[in-house]
Design a protein around this ligand. Structure first.
Ligand SMILES: Cc1cc2nc3c(=O)[nH]c(=O)nc-3n(C[C@H](O)[C@H](O)[C@H](O)COP(=O)(O)OP(=O)(O)OC[C@H]3O[C@@H](n4cnc5c(N)ncnc54)[C@H](O)[C@@H]3O)c2cc1C
Length: 545
């Protein structure tokens, strides 16, 4: 063990290890990059996190930089959960629900808590957390907060940022802050502090005041966005101020989350589900827009395309048995209404059906649990693409999360199809039709030089396409290492400079997850590309308490 590891082990109550197999295990996440940490810590409590941060800060003051990467379950698809220094792994011990108030729905949690476990608990109280990612059964709440995760219910309810009320955050120097919305008076008090916290409040406030127009003009015309830092939601017109939206989605690059207070909402499992079968993408775009504009928005509008169904038909034909008829429609969109008022729900369902009928679109309506489950399984069958492999050829998450303005949905799909055709690759789509946020993963073999080069060509063409359509490079999974090189192009130099100033204010020694989100070029990430891809680690278990 190194001197650093020895020192930390003596001072922390959680385990510190530099064992090679463990470092190897944490050298990959759900993305395509590989970076081996020098040591791994399983913090037992916030004090362990503080002590580690204070120690690395003191070393940095003397010129030695050992970065810290926070990690949940490591399902990140863009290489944000790997790093070269200390890997701080939360699910091992800091995984509890600390408090739940059934009346208000507020729940306080530790970051390593499995999202699915939290959701299960909330369900038993008639509540839920709507922006759950499809990976919730094997990912943590801390990872969802750090990525500003979103999912099928985001269309109606919003993304993770909309539900996080307050956070406890360990800063780069080991100080702990509690973020929540502050009044103008409370902000002034914070700005008067002589601590690092005070310095951060003063600097961030000055950055916002000096760049009001740049920040105001920065909002992209998309319905959800996890790219960059959310500086626009920190200061409101009435002078109130909250660092919470900035920390949410910051991917462990501004601070380390040790506790979160989250708002859950009532859950209504009695939904109406329509499957709409489209043969024309332009018609689909128009119908989706009309249904989205109903006075009560659907709780989900999810889709799969015919390439996905053809893929399943070829490789897992049993999955589609009794669910969809051949030949497959170009696009199947599942439209769900979950209004608690059953009269409203029925009325919205009727209106949606009327829109579809008028446009000559075939549909199927289900309200019985078992039948709805069957329809949902069409959408969830996308998992078969992700886990499919032929030798070393795997579905790679390299262009899996772009989102465009809703009126560019058709153009987006046509553009992506053309791009893949040019590269001689088949592509299947699935995702969030209501948000124009689609997921796709091309099949490539990372052991082959040709495919490695192709991967970077596809990455470049795809993100340029999304940006040219006025979209965002990430609707829900965030920038990580993969999309970081496109952040300046996405937002433009002035806002990118604002992001750099924010990062500098929180992390002057670049200790927190460096190489993620900020100041990353394509040349930085090329050498990190793995030579084989798998998500085997998702099935592994961590030490737990
Ligand atoms: C099959 C599959 C499906 C997916 N579907 C979705 C989806 O529908 N929607 C979606 O948004 N994402 C999705 N993802 C991506 C990912 O699973 C989610 O974003 C998830 O919330 C990440 O959680 P995690 O515990 O795995 O985080 P990790 O991968 O461990 O980490 C993610 C980021 O969070 C940071 N982090 C973790 N803990 C902390 C902490 N305590 N403090 C500060 N930073 C921290 C890490 O440094 C990293 O930057 C999917 C991934 C896979 C593999």
């Amino acid at each position: 063990m190194s001197k650093v590891a020895h020192y930390l082990q003596e001072h922390l109550s959680g385990r510190v290890t530099a064992a090679q197999p463990i470092r190897k295990y944490f050298s990959t996440d759900g993305g395509v990059f590989e970076v081996t940490p020098s040591l791994v810590i399983y913090p037992k409590n916030e004090s362990d996190v503080r002590k580690t941060a204070r120690f690395t800060w003191q070393l940095a003051e003397r010129g030695r930089v050992i970065p810290i990467t926070s990690r949940g379950m490591g399902t990140d698809q863009a290489g944000a959960a790997v790093g070269s220094g200390i890997m701080m792994v939360f699910p091992a011990h800091m995984n509890r629900i600390l408090e739940f108030d059934g009346g208000s729905g507020k729940v306080t949690v530790e970051p390593g808590l499995l999202y699915g476990k939290l959701q299960q608990t909330l369900h038993t109280h008639g509540k839920f957390l709507p922006p759950y990612p499809s990976s919730m059964e094997f990912s943590s709440i801390g990872g969802a907060i750090a990525n500003n995760a979103a999912g099928e219910k985001t269309l109606k309810y919003g993304c993770t940022r909309d539900f996080v009320k307050s956070l406890r955050v360990v800063l780069a120097n080991g100080e702990v802050i509690e973020t929540r919305r502050l009044s103008k008076r409370e902000l002034n008090k914070k700005m008067g502090l002589t601590s690092f916290e005070g310095e951060i409040y003063r600097t961030v406030d000055a950055i916002i005041e000096d760049n009001k127009k740049v920040i105001e003009d920065s909002k992209l015309s998309v319905s959800k966005n996890s790219a960059g830092y959310d500086i626009a939601d920190v200061k409101h017109k009435n002078g109130s101020f909250d660092l919470t939206p900035l920390i949410v989605g910051s991917q462990g690059t501004l601070g380390i989350v040790t506790e979160a207070e989250i708002q859950s909402v009532p859950h209504n499992p009695k939904t109406s589900l329509i499957a709409a079968f489209f043969d024309d993408l332009a018609v689909a775009e128009e119908a989706i827009a009309k249904i989205r504009d109903l006075s009560s928005i659907p709780s989900a509008m999810e889709m799969v395309d015919d390439s996905l169904l053809n893929f399943l038909d070829k490789h897992n034909p049993n999955e589609l048995k009794g669910l969809v008829e051949k030949p497959f429609s170009k696009l199947i969109v599942l439209i769900e209404f979950d209004d608690a008022n059953s009269r409203v729900q029925k009325r919205m369902t009727k209106k949606a059906i009327k829109i579809l009928s008028k446009m000559d679109v075939k549909y199927q309506l289900e309200t019985e649990e078992a039948e709805k489950e069957k329809l949902w399984s069409i959408r969830h069958s996308a998992a078969a693409v992700i886990s499919h492999s032929e030798g070393n050829t795997k579905a790679l998450p390299i262009v899996e999360d772009g989102i465009v303005p809703e009126d560019k949905f058709h153009q987006y799909i046509v553009g992506v199809n053309k791009m893949f055709e040019k590269h001689g690759l088949d592509v299947a789509f699935w995702g969030h039709a209501g948000n124009a946020n689609i997921h796709m993963q091309p099949f490539l073999d990372l052991s082959q030089v040709g495919d490695r080069q192709k991967a970077f060509k596809i990455i470049d063409e795809y993100y340029n396409l999304v940006i040219s359509l006025g979209g965002s490079t990430s609707g829900e999974h965030s920038d990580g290492r993969l999309r970081a090189p496109y952040l300046k192009k996405l937002y433009g130099e002035p806002l990118y400079t604002v992001f750099q100033k924010v990062k500098q204010a929180f992390d002057p020694y670049d200790l927190l997850n460096p190489g993620v989100k900020m100041d990353v070029s394509i040349d930085d990430i090329k050498p990190l590309l793995r030579h084989e891809y798998s998500m085997d680690h998702l099935g592994h278990h961590l030490p737990r308490s």
